[in-house]
Design a protein around this ligand. Structure first.
Ligand code: FUC
Length: 801
């Protein structure tokens, strides 16, 4: 062998080793069989069009979604105009400590339930060659947001590549065969909704309409599919480009024969034209929109579309990178990897993959203004999805956005922020008609694409424990402040953000009443989805002065005060908020040393309940900290101990953040590992099923069922373990677990408009770089050292410790 050949041999050997190493990846989910269940599929999205790829051999199924396709039409916020007249009677019952009566009366403060996120359709590619494939491989590469399938059938290698592009608003699938003219397949489209499919000039068109649906509580009514001339229309267009072979069509099928390379282009549009526009009479022309996107994309070659897509995606994704040092985990398919990890084995890159996957999911599901990522992001195959796949605002929709700012995805926060603006419009009516408050706006437990803000419960039919809760405005207003404080975008704060914050604060200022001791409290009040037991044994939810209400109001007022100072405005209003803050019923520590959830030290019906809203001030709020309020931090810790660690996916995501804020890295890490515990797909029947809160084979969060909030909460928690900040300081590695003793991270954001890059070894920071978006001052805190830094706009500073 001459030396050139030897050199090539070693390069090839090295490359193959490298491929194996990189397969145990921080960026690739891969499998050696097609998905059978939804929770095994791989998802793609451009923040509007979502695709769920199964990658089957004989037949490939791809669920399609459009984030703007929901049942219903603009909400009539004035649906229960006299509900507020019941508030005095509820308050009186509560004042007389008649909780049973208060609970009954609270049902009068209810309106309709939310609308439901609709499944758009299924694209199916059915191969003529049937048989058993060998060398099957399926992957999702989240470093470029592209999925691939390859396999061999009778000695012929088939490949498919899929992506959903944001810049070109198109889904593209490339199919190839290694042997010339071996591609033979049919393409079909179908929908669970009322729809029609036809093919003209080899272009397939599916038109349909989402139902008008008065959801009686997460169930499908028989009337659901009966549509007249109302509801959101949708169009899916599909066109095939081939370099050889033949494309023919019948009524509803496109057939490809004897081709070697084929490209399928899919565009989708709906008539949704904003939360307050009737999608039937004032809607966008969905046919024209889908056609325009298809035509524009179709003339572009695959490689160019892919280049545009990858560049656009990586602009966001590449902002952050995380490394956790040496790992010895073997090269396994992602489902096996997750199983192995669930058995307690080390796999640091899987921990990073989950973090990266959270960022991937947010970039892929949150890019449509006014329409935030819903309970399933954008990926929903069900006609009647769990909890209507709506916006649950007592935790879930907010948790979706916990990673937006700190993992450098500020733009992805905008769909939620613009949605808050919509809520403030219907919320003005809700404030008046349900709560009798003529100032500001209010929002309650659920919402939907129509920005409904009314308390749900189908006008008195459902339990106040979850239906009656008007605190969403307070919670959401803190997202506005977070956006400002991370980006330092004072123009946004002034023009859009602050008026919304002020509106939320005005509502609560006027909603609160004085208790018998002169403190400000809410009444009636509930604590999200939890129930108390009174000393005489009554189990209920309605009471006064719930800790969670007051914690959210504290944050809302505090942040509104800060915003008014930044903008140097509303001094008088600010003073009112300051006075109110000083009068709020203070936190109470219960007999068990816990942070009391109820006004009184009552027992919980379920002491291990998944919600922990009384800890709001610790996270996502920040008025409880181990330094500023050590007693309250200790009581929060006790509360978490009492609750234990076994809980649903989103709840684990929250608790990891809470432990991180208590600076207990090892406990946070323990729970992070539990969040990544393998859960069987919902429909899978095994002898010893693995169920509970955790992670499905496709790394989707298992509540169970699938909810995306746990993915986002878990990813946010990783950032929270590495970096915490407020308006004045940045705390470095505040909750670093022993398992992450060596590592580096780049691109995490801190409040004040800073970005951090750092390396650590043996749990000690070795190098740190801080840069500033807008110029400003902060203090870097690491262990017991504190260092002030002042940076100019765009300045970068390297600091050694
Ligand atoms: C809240 C939670 C449930 C579920 C639902 C979508 O009601 O209590 O666990 O996550 O939202």
């Amino acid at each position: 062998m001459n030396s050139a050949i030897i050199k090539t041999f070693f390069i090839l050997l090295l490359t193959s080793c490298y491929t194996n190493i990189s397969a145990q990846s921080k960026n690739v989910l891969w499998y050696n069989k097609p998905a059978e269940f939804f929770e095994e599929s791989l998802v793609l999205g451009n923040g509007k069009l979502g695709a769920t790829v199964f990658g089957g051999v004989n037949s490939d199924k791809i669920y399609l979604n459009d984030i703007t396709l929901w049942s219903g039409e603009p909400v009539n916020a004035n649906m229960n105009p006299e509900a507020y007249k019941n508030i005095p009677a509820i308050r009186e019952a509560l004042q007389n400590e008649n909780y049973k009566l208060a609970e009954e009366l609270n049902k009068k403060i209810q309106g309709k339930n939310s609308e439901s996120y609709a499944p758009l359709g299924t694209l199916e590619i059915s191969n003529f060659e049937k048989g058993k494939a060998t060398n099957y491989y399926r992957e999702l590469d989240i470093s470029n947001a592209t999925s691939k399938v390859s396999y061999e059938l009778d000695g012929v290698k088939f490949t498919r590549e899929y992506f959903v592009s944001a810049p070109d608003q198109i889904m593209v699938i490339k199919l190839t065969s290694s042997q010339k003219e071996a591609l033979n397949f049919d393409i079909n489209l179908r929908s669970l909704l009322k729809s029609n499919v036809e093919v003209r000039n080899n272009t397939m068109m599916m038109n349909g309409v989402a139902p008008i649906h008065e959801n009686a509580g997460y169930t499908v009514l028989p009337k659901y599919l009966e549509v007249k001339e109302r509801g959101t229309k949708f169009t899916t267009l599909l066109q095939v480009k081939n370099t050889d072979g033949k494309v023919t069509s019948s009524n509803a099928t496109i057939t490809v024969k004897n081709a070697s390379e084929v490209f399928i282009y899919v565009s989708v549009a709906t008539s949704f034209n904003g939360f307050d526009k009737n999608p039937a009479t004032e809607g966008i022309d969905d046919v024209a929109m889908a056609l325009q996107n298809l035509n524009k994309a179709f003339v572009k070659p695959f490689d160019r579309l892919k280049e545009n897509h990858v560049a656009d995606y990586q602009k966001f994704y590449n902002r952050v990178s995380l490394d956790l040092g040496k790992t010895t985990a073997p090269d396994l398919a992602t489902d096996e990897r997750l199983l192995r990890y669930s058995d307690g084995k080390e796999d640091k890159n899987l921990e990073i993959l989950y973090f990266n996957y959270g960022r991937y999911l947010l970039i892929s599901s949150s890019r449509t203004l006014g329409v935030p990522a819903n309970l399933q992001g954008i990926w929903n195959p069900h006609l009647s999805p769990p909890w209507s796949s709506n916006y649950t605002m007592n935790i879930n929709v907010e948790e979706n956005y916990w990673l937006a700012e700190n993992t450098n995805l500020s733009e992805m926060h905008l769909p939620l922020l613009s949605f808050i603006k919509n809520l403030s419009v219907t919320g003005k009516v809700t404030a008046k008609t349900f709560y009798g408050v003529n100032q500001g706006w209010a929002a309650a437990h659920n919402s939907d694409i129509w920005a409904m803000t009314n308390p749900v419960g189908q006008f008195g039919k459902e339990d106040p424990m979850w239906a009656c809760w008007p605190l969403a405005g307070a919670w959401l207003s803190t997202h506005i402040w977070e956006h400002y404080v991370f980006t330092q975008d004072a123009v946004y704060l002034k023009k859009e953000g602050y008026p919304l914050m002020k509106g939320a604060a005005e509502f609560y200022l006027n909603w609160m009443i004085t208790d018998k001791k002169g403190n400000l409290i809410t009444s009636p009040s509930t604590s999200p989805e939890n129930q108390y037991i009174t000393p005489d044994g009554f189990v209920g939810a309605t009471m006064y002065g719930g800790t969670a209400d007051l914690a959210m109001i504290r944050e809302c007022f505090d942040k509104t005060i800060k915003a008014s100072k930044v903008l140097n405005t509303d001094a008088e209003f600010r003073e009112k908020l300051e006075k109110a803050l000083a009068k709020l019923y203070p936190y109470q520590i219960g007999k068990k040393g816990n942070l009391q959830e109820w006004y009184f030290d009552w027992d919980d019906k379920d002491p291990k309940h998944r919600h922990q809203s009384q800890l709001f001030g610790l996270f996502p709020g920040n008025h409880i900290t181990p330094l500023k309020t050590p007693d309250l931090a200790e009581a929060s810790k006790k509360t978490l101990e009492i609750k234990g660690d076994e809980t649903t996916g989103w709840s684990k995501g929250w608790r990891i953040n809470l432990w991180a804020r208590l600076w207990d890295g090892n406990r946070a890490y323990k729970m992070y590992r539990e969040l990544l515990r393998y859960v069987d797909p919902d429909g899978k029947k095994t002898q010893t099923p693995r169920r509970g809160g955790g992670t499905y084979p496709n790394l989707f969060d298992a509540h169970p069922p699938f909810q995306i909030d746990g993915n986002f909460g878990g990813a946010a928690a990783v950032a929270e373990m590495l970096l915490q900040s407020d308006e004045n300081e940045i705390r470095l590695l505040p909750a670093l677990p022993d398992a992450w003793e060596t590592g580096s991270v780049k691109g995490l954001c801190a409040r004040g408009g800073f970005e951090i890059e750092m390396e650590w070894n043996n749990k000690n920071i070795t190098v740190l770089t801080i840069s500033s978006k807008n110029g400003g001052k902060t203090a870097l805190v690491y262990r017991n050292k504190k260092q002030e830094v002042v940076l100019k706009k765009g300045q970068k500073l390297e600091i050694s410790w």
